[in-house]
Design a binder for this molecule. Structure first.
Ligand SMILES: [Zn+2]
Length: 328
């Protein structure tokens, strides 16, 4: 699973950190070597355990930390940015990310306040406030202690189409609005972040744009998949789970999972579950509370997709959204 991939002049050194506290299997980052240049793609998760693992892998690969020319980030999630502050501070390694990621990583402007307001309103509108208390309290806490989450170094901006260290930037929003992939055209290598995972798990998380408006993540995700299909890709180096070569299969699996979930949602609405909460509880039972953040995200995303396709419509009633099938 973490074997070195090498062609003439280029090498990928995987750093696959196994985790057992969630179903993501592992937290992955990669060192991409292009001639004399070394690029670290993503930076793992905070904490002693990962840090030790990271340095052990570097030593296994006979790579010195000082050889790393830059860190590039696929997206802003904290399991991809763990060592950024340390590496940038101790070794002055420059850091790069997309503009949407920079706003979030640097907590620019009123980002944290906007985020809190967005989720408060969202959970309220979808009638799931009582499940959201813990998450909202955490967000509020972060808002007042942003030094705990902020990335300290200057982060340089990456644009779609740009080349860095021999890799081309491809915007692949869906998992998160800021997600970008890094493509080695010559070898057909794609560093995909969490956009595509080997299991075909669709984890398009509900999120907001610059204006604080809800983004339809599944639509973005489907569009990104269509886009990536036109690139020639041999190997996918993902942010979790295994490195994989069967991209078409993974895409098919992922899209059919989404369609299956959409059908399930429609079925539950037909059976008389008309609120996000009722739908979530009907499909997931007690898991709804346990994995609330992911499940509500999925349900909201699916209702948005179903509306976009003209299958479902919603109306405002009793202070929340009520869903109905459009067919009569
Ligand atoms: Zn992520």
């Amino acid at each position: 699973m973490d074997e070195i991939i090498r062609t003439d002049g280029k090498t990928v050194y995987p750093i696959i950190f196994p985790v057992n506290y969630s179903n993501m299997g592992s937290i992955n980052c990669y060192i991409y070597q292009n001639g004399n240049e070394y690029t670290l793609i993503d930076a793992g998760i905070k904490g002693e355990e990962f840090e030790q693992f990271f340095y052990r892998k570097l030593s296994d690969y006979s790579i010195e930390i000082k050889q790393i020319n830059r860190i590039i980030l696929t997206h802003f999630h904290e399991d991809h940015t763990g060592l950024v502050n340390k590496l940038a501070k101790d070794y002055s390694i420059p850091v790069y990310a997309s503009q949407i990621a920079i706003t979030r990583l640097k907590c620019e402007g009123d980002y944290l306040q906007k985020k809190l307001t967005f989720y408060q309103e969202l959970y309220n509108q979808y009638g799931v406030m009582e499940y959201a208390i813990e998450r909202l309290a955490k967000m509020e806490n972060t808002l007042h202690n942003k030094e705990k989450v902020i990335l300290l170094p200057t982060i340089h901006r990456l644009e779609e189409g740009q080349q860095i260290g021999g890799l081309q930037i491809i915007a692949v929003p869906g998992h998160s609005p800021d997600s970008i992939g890094f493509w080695d055209k010559e070898n057909g290598w794609l560093f995909a972040g969490d956009f595509l995972l080997a299991s075909g798990m669709t984890n398009a998380l509900i999120d907001h744009d610059e204006a604080g408006e809800v983004i339809n993540p599944l639509m973005q995700y489907i569009d990104s998949i269509k886009k990536v299909k036109s690139f020639s890709i041999e190997y996918v180096f993902a942010g979790h789970e295994a490195v994989f070569q069967n991209l078409d299969e993974v895409i098919e699996k992922s899209l059919s999972k989404t369609e299956y979930k959409l059908q399930k949602l429609v079925k539950k609405i037909r059976e008389g579950h008309h609120t996000a909460r009722a739908i979530g509880e009907a499909i997931y039972g007690p898991r709804f509370a346990k994995h609330f953040i992911f499940i509500i995200s999925e349900i909201i995303g699916l209702t948005l997709l179903a509306q976009e396709r003209g299958i479902v419509e919603r109306h405002w009633q009793g202070g929340q959204w009520i869903f109905q099938l459009k067919e009569s």
